[in-house]
Design a protein around this ligand. Structure first.
Ligand SMILES: [Zn+2]
Length: 68
């Protein structure tokens, strides 16, 4: 698996992704102009950070509470 933005290879060991990334699968519906197509892409953390940095409205950030 590679980052769609920068082409970086994401680290996979034994079929498990060892590097966190944003994986998107979007099924466009009837109200879009895309005629039910499904788009898929992934972004590495660096590209994700660069992408969200350009948002007009900043991200809402929450901390995960460890569910142990
Ligand atoms: Zn990237």
């Amino acid at each position: 698996m590679r980052c769609n933005q920068c082409g970086k290879e994401l680290k996979i060991e034994k079929g498990i992704l060892k590097e966190d990334c944003l994986q998107v699968e979007k099924q466009w519906g009837y109200f879009s102009k895309k005629d039910l197509e499904i788009d898929e892409f992934c972004l590495c953390e660096a590209c994700y950070d660069a992408w969200v940095a350009g948002f007009q409205i900043p991200l809402k950030k929450k901390n995960q509470t460890e569910a142990v």
